[in-house]
Ligand binder design. Structure first.
Ligand code: IPE
Ligand code: IPE
Ligand code: MG
Length: 254
């Protein structure tokens, strides 16, 4: 089983998908799938820490998910509020810092209050990081970044002729976070659904057929093992990124 080490991805991002289908398969309402999905969130936060993953980003609610039936949206918001209220103590106990990405100010007052409280209560921690993507979409993130960058140009803090990816990325929600090394999507869907499109430019992607409520630490370990078998080249050749082969020359007896 992988443990903390150079080959464990520093940042794992997960598109937690399949709650609705999990419930449907059992003749249960969709919200029951979301409830079970929250249990998986708890166990995967623990597992990630045990495995030495420093950053875990979970796609919990997309900017497009508001268009779901209103009762599902409000049930999801209640579950979020409950999760944050219950989980804050565990985050503090395990010294996990909570971050969010997305337009969180558009969330209902209840979950927003819990979110702000948990973020403030964990802000001094540095070793472990949980990032919740809430009301998140890469395209709104880009629009928000462009607006903030344009404001900075007008205020004289940025010069368009010096614009680069490193300058622009400081305006993304993820400004303080490293890029994901490994992106996992559960439920067999093989799309990104507007999630971290730029930050995953060089992430390894793994698509698991398992529905999110059934996803376990064992599945996470399997994904990490697959990640460890891959060669990340970042545009270079395989020879350039491979560690130099050490030729062992046995001592010659003369
Ligand atoms: C993921 O499960 C949870 C959220 C998007 C909030 P889904 O609710 O998308 O489950 P499926 O895709 O309908 O099975
Ligand atoms: C992506 O899942 C969003 C989250 C997991 C929160 P969706 O279920 O909303 O994505 P699509 O609609 O199938 O692409
Ligand atoms: Mg889905």
């Amino acid at each position: 089983m992988p443990s903390a080490g150079p080959n464990v991805p520093r940042h794992v991002a997960i598109i937690m998908d399949g709650n609705g289908r999990w419930a449907k398969q059992r003749g249960l309402p969709r919200i029951e799938g979301h409830r079970r999905g929250v249990e998986t969130v708890r166990s995967i936060i623990d597992a990630a820490r045990e495995l030495g993953i420093q950053y875990l980003t979970l796609y919990a609610f997309s900017a497009e998910n508001w268009q779901r039936p209103p009762d599902e949206v409000s049930a999801l918001m209640s579950l979020l509020e409950l999760f944050l209220r219950r989980e804050a103590k565990t985050l503090i106990k395990n010294r996990i810092r909570l971050h969010t990405i997305g337009r969180i100010e558009e969330l209902p007052a209840g979950p927003l209050k819990e979110l702000k409280r948990a973020i403030a209560a964990t802000q001094e921690f540095t070793d472990w990081n949980l990032v919740l993507a809430l009301n998140y979409g890469s395209r709104t993130e880009l629009a928000d970044a462009a607006r903030a960058y344009a404001d900075a140009v007008v205020a004289g803090r940025e010069k368009p002729e010096e614009c680069s990816w490193s300058a622009l990325s400081r305006y993304l929600y993820t400004a303080d976070l490293p890029d994901p090394d490994l992106l996992i999507r559960t439920s067999g869907e093989t799309r990104l659904s507007n999630f971290l499109l730029m930050q995953c430019a060089y992430a390894e992607m793994i698509f698991s057929p398992v529905l999110w409520p059934d996803f376990t630490k064992a599945e996470l370990v399997t994904a990490i093992e697959e990640y460890q078998r891959r060669e990340r080249r970042f545009g270079l050749t395989g020879e350039q990124v491979k560690p130099p082969v050490r030729v062992h020359r046995p001592a010659v007896n003369q």
